[in-house]
Design a protein around this ligand. Structure first.
Ligand SMILES: [Zn+2]
Ligand SMILES: [Zn+2]
Length: 173
């Protein structure tokens, strides 16, 4: 499990330390992309600024995991619709969804795999055909999704932190 974010392997993570977190305003902590807003500006490091502009585009993981930052409602709805296609109950995914860094390009159907009541850890992308085939064969989505379109884009690899099942999903090249 990643040390900076439990949802991203440290090996593929590219945190920035040269920008400030949009919530605590501190420099020097690993900061990851996160598209959302500050829930209560009065609790932010710079309340006046947060009132004027509550939107954030990068956060440290402490603030990402706090209750005072959230993703935009349309992102939540979009993710909920997509997860429902894989029979994931939206309610159980909702809280964790607000702690997911926006490190992956999300296309229309992109779903971050959810298993054992939490999102899986993103391990990176398949490097060659062999790795691709091996992961697709043992993809735990297979049993959950009704449709299994052939995967032709960039294949992203995920693993559940609890039961260690493997999942894949793709973004277009
Ligand atoms: Zn922070
Ligand atoms: Zn699991």
């Amino acid at each position: 499990m990643g040390r900076v974010s439990k949802y991203v392997s440290d090996q593929v993570l590219q945190p920035r330390v040269d920008v400030a977190c949009g919530h605590c305003r501190k420099f020097g902590k690993p900061v990851l992309p996160y598209y959302g807003y500050i829930v209560d500006p009065d609790k932010a490091a710079r309340p006046r600024q947060a009132h004027l502009d509550p939107f954030v585009s990068q956060l440290c993981t402490t603030c990402m995991n706090s209750d005072n930052t959230a993703k935009h409602e349309h992102q939540v709805e979009h993710a909920g619709r997509n997860l429902a296609a894989y029979q994931v109950p939206v309610v159980s995914a909702a809280k964790a969804f607000h702690q997911l860094p926006d490190v992956l390009p999300t296309g229309a159907d992109f779903v971050w795999p959810f298993c054992c009541d939490d999102f899986c850890e993103w391990l990176g992308t398949a490097r060659d055909e062999e790795e691709r085939r091996a992961w697709c064969q043992h993809d735990a989505w297979q049993s959950k999704s009704n449709e299994n379109p052939a995967k032709t884009g960039v294949l992203h690899l995920f693993r559940c932190g609890s039961c260690e099942k493997n999942y894949t999903n793709e973004t277009q090249r």
